[in-house]
Design a protein around this ligand. Structure first.
Ligand code: UD2
Ligand code: MN
Length: 296
């Protein structure tokens, strides 16, 4: 199907600048640029500036990209919950930008940085990412990723499908196996409709754990199921780290999780409250610093 996109091409014809329309077709079902298994290692220390030089030339401000020669099937906002993991972010950007481009995605990278030293709340940050990304562009797909997870195969598409998808199925930290069958943490994708059908994520998990099982519950309660890539395509490396300060194990996670079915209609994207303190546009990403409050 031929789709028309207005491209701003400047032609210097006797000093005149003109806008021309070019006809672009949909990208192929499978990108011809994919290479399969990737070599991923972390024993290097590039600066952010070096990654900007290496990966930035194809990007628009804010870590935005569109394939130059076809219309992508996926308009994807990549949402990364974040605080104080600068080195991991450099490594994530270095590996992911080329992969996402080879996948022919129309994408933007949003780093959602929790302001202050309060208890970390990953799911609330992901909800903020959904809301803020939609203010910028008509994204139809949302990929939520830990900052420390790097795919080892570029055939693991960071897009959305007919069901919510769990992409990080074989993480080295877990011996390249699913630690349990209902795990839905790490890297996941949901279309805008799928995300809204579950009212986004819970805002009430402070500290480590539980929020991923809650998302799985929401999906199951709404009679949806999930998909996964095969274990070879879904391999990931997690950058080694200790548990962060102010992200201690959430001892209440079990009792919140038990109530998901009765609370999910009121607790989610429809009850999200936050204050944006800063939005910074880098070549490689949009960095949103947000005050998400603290536990009641
Ligand atoms: C697992 C899950 C993760 C999440 C977490 C429990 C997998 C592969 N990963 O990861 O998705 O469910 O358990 O909450 O199943 N972060 C910061 N700064 C902080 C704390 C966290 O940036 O101070 C972000 C960062 O993107 C990080 C993510 O939150 O990757 C998850 O935290 P983690 O890496 O400490 O948790 P982990 O590895 O146990
Ligand atoms: Mn981790």
């Amino acid at each position: 199907m031929a789709v028309t996109r207005l491209t701003e091409q400047t032609q210097t014809l006797k000093g005149k600048t003109t806008e021309v329309q070019t006809k672009l077709s949909s990208c192929p079902e499978t990108s011809p640029h994919l290479v399969g298994p990737l070599h991923v290692e972390f024993n290097w220390s590039r600066t952010m500036e070096a990654v900007r030089t290496e990966c930035g030339s194809s990007l628009l401000e804010g870590g935005r990209y569109k394939p130059p020669d076809c219309i992508s099937h996926h308009k994807v906002a990549i949402i990364i919950p974040f605080r104080n993991r600068h080195q991991h972010l450099i490594q994530w950007l270095y590996y992911l930008h080329p992969v996402l481009q080879r996948q022919q995605l129309d994408y933007g990278v949003y780093i959602i940085n929790q302001d202050g030293e309060g208890m970390f709340n990953k799911a609330r940050l992901m909800n903020v990412g959904f809301a803020e990304a939609l203010k910028e562009y008509n994204y139809t797909c949302f990929v939520f990723s830990d900052v420390d997870l790097i795919p080892m195969n570029d055939r693991n598409i960071y897009g959305c499908f007919s069901k919510p998808r769990h992409l990080s199925v074989a993480v080295d930290k877990f011996g390249f196996m699913l630690p349990y069958s209902t795990i839905f943490g790490g890297v996941v994708s949901l279309s805008k409709e799928q995300y809204l059908a579950i009212n986004g994520f819970s805002n009430n998990y402070w500290g480590w754990g539980g929020e991923d099982d809650d998302i799985y519950q929401r999906i199951a309660i709404k009679s949806m199921s999930i998909t996964r890539p095969d274990m070879a395509t879904g391999r990931f490396k997690m950058i080694k780290h200790e548990r962060d300060v102010h992200n201690e194990l959430n001892l209440h996670r079990g009792e919140i999780l038990e109530k998901t079915s009765s609370t999910m209609e009121e607790d989610g994207i429809n009850s999200l409250r936050y204050t944006i303190n800063k939005i910074e546009k880098d070549t490689l990403y949009t960095f949103i610093t947000v005050d998400i409050g603290s536990p009641k």
